[in-house]
Unconditional design. Structure first.
Length: 335
């Protein structure tokens, strides 16, 4: 019996190589398996190096071996002509016998690929590894469904939730290993966002400090305060977009217009709390250093909760440690 899930999990892992490199397109991975159960080709979408979708990347590698084979792909193959032709036609032309996909395409422009493949006589199996693939591709799926990019709120705080001491000092709450992990996260998103107050107070560069060269995430600065012309965010290391508004409806529209899928929010508590209250945040990623301050700046402003019944509850997605630091990721449900 074919282990469809194992091959799909490989495709999901491949797709994640495209994180931060595919916007406005989704991350997608593909694996082609011959009739004996051997992998003959695989690929993922990397828009920065090629317009080819994952399916086409894998099909080009497989060549004639694709005829009669099974393809595993994390997202339903597209059925429209954009920068490239429809993946459905490429799959049909290659002679793929069975197509296994994880997540149905919610984009009305590109959906319908499964029906086209079935009509061409290809066996189609849907929903294999759906939950895992949907989580992996959550940024693009959120953008398509909610009409705005997926936003992860990144915080470095003490155990009592302080992001700075009473005198304003904040370097460093977390250790070097945690800070190195943040650079990996930065490299995997499409944009890094802060408020104007953060630029004025901290003069951040907002460039991944990982020693790698190439494309850097878009830098987004939101707010109405005047920014110093010599701020680091205005150097040539990456593009910078300033959204000179406090109206979050305007901000949401401007963010969607950038075409990015995934934004890492590294702002102070004022902007972050306003976006949280407006249901614009999807995920909290908090790094906690083993320290207590008792006084200082909280990472979140007053949300109006009077009793525990009013608390915002967030399901935990994952937890890992970096020395004595703890990194936890929570899904923000706004419930």
């Amino acid at each position: 019996m074919t282990n469809h899930l194992a091959f799909m999990q490989r495709a999901i892992a491949l797709s994640e190589n495209g994180c931060g490199r595919t916007a406005p397109n989704p991350i997608v991975g593909a694996v082609i398996v011959d009739q004996s159960g051997s992998v003959i080709a695989e690929g993922f979408h990397d828009r920065q190096s090629s317009p080819d979708h994952a399916e086409v990347v894998a099909l080009k590698i497989a060549g004639d071996k694709a005829r009669g084979a099974t393809m595993y792909v994390t997202l339903e193959p597209c059925n429209h002509t954009g920068t490239t032709g429809p993946c459905t036609q490429a799959i049909i032309d290659a002679g793929i016998a069975t197509l296994v996909y994880a997540v149905a395409d919610p984009n009305a422009v590109a959906a319908g690929g499964a029906a086209v493949l079935k009509a061409a006589g290809i066996e189609v199996i849907a929903g294999v590894g759906e939950d895992e693939a949907a989580y992996s591709n959550r940024a693009w799926l959120t953008k398509i469904i909610k009409g705005r990019p997926f936003i992860t709120w990144k915080v470095a705080a003490t155990l009592d939730g302080k992001v700075a001491a009473k005198d304003g000092t904040s370097k460093w709450i977390t250790n070097e290993a945690s800070r190195a992990d943040v650079q990996k996260v930065r490299r995997c998103v499409d944009a890094i966002m802060v408020g104007t107050q953060t630029v004025i107070a901290d003069d951040p560069h907002l460039i991944p400090r990982d020693g790698l060269t190439g494309h850097n995430p878009l830098r987004i600065v939101c707010g109405t305060q005047e920014l110093p012309q010599g701020a680091q965010v205005f150097d040539g290391a990456a593009q910078t977009k300033v959204i000179a508004s406090k109206d979050l409806d305007v901000v949401a529209a401007e963010l969607l217009a950038t075409g990015v899928n995934h934004i890492l929010l590294e702002s102070g508590p004022t902007l972050a709390s306003a976006m949280l209250h407006a249901c614009m945040l999807d995920e909290l990623m908090i790094y906690q250093g083993p320290a207590l301050l008792g006084a200082g700046k909280n990472f979140v402003a007053d949300l109006g909760a009077i009793t525990l019944d009013h608390a915002m509850r967030m399901p935990r997605v994952s937890t890992e440690t970096f020395g004595d630091d703890v990194k936890s990721v929570y899904r923000i449900t706004n419930e």
